[in-house]
Ligand binder design. Structure first.
Ligand SMILES: Cc1ncc(COP(=O)(O)O)c(C=O)c1O
Length: 449
């Protein structure tokens, strides 16, 4: 952080001196002041909010990291992407304090039309913009209840859909998120299709879609009056799992047989990350409802609930204060156009395959890498005690993440109990990926020594 930015803090009334620019100092102050529960302060330093470019981020001590989290899938175009910053500067005079749910403004309508046009299905759609992924999920859930007159949902284990209200009721990726909080809505929960660890003990070759049959049975015995089945196209937080298309199709068909809506939660996997605007398209299924978040806002808090018209049965049925205010809507429209013009979706497929190839080489080399899987630039690596037993190795995963961050300067996150997740920004290059693989190789070697 340079003198200018220290002065800005000083002008705001905070006398931050250069000698205080230490990770330990700000980590401790953060832990005292913030009620955040997901920070792993043992692993990550305090980020410098004044530095960073593309896939390079810095902590306040000046250490440079290679980022493969993409801001947990938020930064499609990396940090401080020049054309984006230039566009943002060009709309600085836009009035952005216009409450989007109460009054119409052109940018929000154009964005709704854009979102409806890139999401699968030619049916008439409507869009509600939100300020987070969780709220986007909840908007869809409320609309599904409103339109169907039903109250019950099908959800999966593991799954992540958010940490408030109805979204939390669907979430099942970590008991820490759930313990002590009431179940906001009735959920029939079945296993997420997970071939590496088939919950029904099957092999891929002998699979008779037991996961689909388990849902059929659950609906027969628990009640089939479901409003919607809510599914992540790839299970993200729960362990970066890629379901087989035939299982997703089976679950979709069963949902339809029971007269319910099918909803795809695209908050993490959507926005072209997997090579399709909606990752569910990879499975050949057209969802009725779609929730979007993260990358759609280009770093600003935005989400979208997309559903079949009329979506809500009448005025004032659903609303919140903020909703794709003009500046954010324009930025989002710019991101869509830029991703289209730059063929980023095709590029994501190619780079994702390149990343998986590199990670598979590490799988061949290291006994503790059980599985590598993904679609486009959403990839996971699962750590096990050994390949034969496939016993989960959560502690080892944690120490590899810690080594990767602190020693190899690779900014990476875990997912699920024993998986490492790669959701880099779309601007990552093959050279960057080679570098990622080398750093990770060292982290695994040093952690298993
Ligand atoms: C699939 C999915 N749905 C919903 C959410 C919740 O989004 P938010 O944290 O913006 O509420 C997340 C966040 O990681 C997610 O991955």
């Amino acid at each position: 952080m340079d003198e200018k930015h220290i002065r800005i803090l000083r002008d705001l009334g905070f006398d931050v001196s250069e000698k205080e620019l230490k990770n330990d100092y700000w980590i401790k102050r953060g832990a005292d002041a913030l009620a955040i529960t997901t920070q792993d302060r043992d692993v990550y330093g305090c980020l410098d909010h004044t530095r960073g470019d593309g896939v390079r981020i810095y902590d306040i001590e000046g250490t440079e990291y290679l980022d493969v989290t993409g801001g947990v899938a938020v930064r499609a175009l990396g940090l401080r992407y020049k054309p984006y910053l230039e566009f943002e500067a060009s709309i600085n005079d836009v009035v952005h304090e216009l409450p989007g749910m109460d009054f119409d403004a052109i940018p929000q309508t154009l964005l709704a039309e854009k979102v409806a046009s890139i999401t699968p299905g030619s049916h008439k759609k409507r869009v509600v913009f939100t300020t987070s992924g969780g709220r986007a999920v909840e908007g869809c859930m409320k609309a599904a209840m409103d339109l169907s007159g039903r109250r019950r949902f099908v959800g999966f284990r593991p799954a992540f859909h958010g940490r408030t209200g109805y979204a939390l009721a669907l979430t099942s990726s970590n008991s820490k998120h759930k313990n002590g909080f009431p179940q906001g809505v009735d959920v029939i929960r079945v296993f997420y299709p997970y071939c590496y660890r088939c919950p029904y003990g099957q092999n891929v070759e002998d699979c008779s879609l037991e996961c689909v049959e388990a849902l059929r049975y659950a609906l027969e015995v628990e009640g089939n009056d479901i409003a919607a089945t809510v599914m992540e196209p790839l299970c993200g937080e729960g362990g970066l799992i890629v379901p087989p298309a035939k299982a997703v199709k089976g679950i979709y068909d069963l949902t339809k047989e029971n007269g319910a809506y099918f909803m795809s939660d695209e908050v993490q996997a959507g926005m072209g990350r997997t090579g399709k605007w909606c990752a569910m398209e990879n499975h050949g299924v057209v969802p009725d409802f779609i929730s979007m978040g993260k990358a759609i806002g280009g770093g600003y808090p935005m989400g979208a609930s997309i559903g079949p018209a009329p979506m809500f049965t009448g005025g004032s049925r659903h609303s919140e204060t903020f909703s794709a205010e003009p500046k954010m809507a324009l930025l989002s429209l710019w991101i869509f156009k830029h991703l289209e013009d730059g063929n980023f979706l095709e590029r994501n497929v190619e780079l994702g395959a390149y990343l998986q190839k590199g990670l598979n080489e590490l799988k061949d080399k290291h006994e503790v890498v059980g599985d590598v899987r993904g679609l486009g630039l959403m990839v996971g690596m699962e750590f096990v005690k050994d390949k034969k037993s496939k016993e989960k190795a959560p502690k080892l995963r944690n120490s590899i993440v810690k080594n990767a961050v602190q020693k190899q300067k690779l900014w990476v996150l875990g997912a699920g109990q024993n998986v490492m997740r790669f959701t880099p920004s779309y601007i990552i290059t093959k050279e960057n990926i080679d570098d990622v693989v080398e750093r990770l190789d060292r982290a695994i070697t040093e952690s298993t020594r």
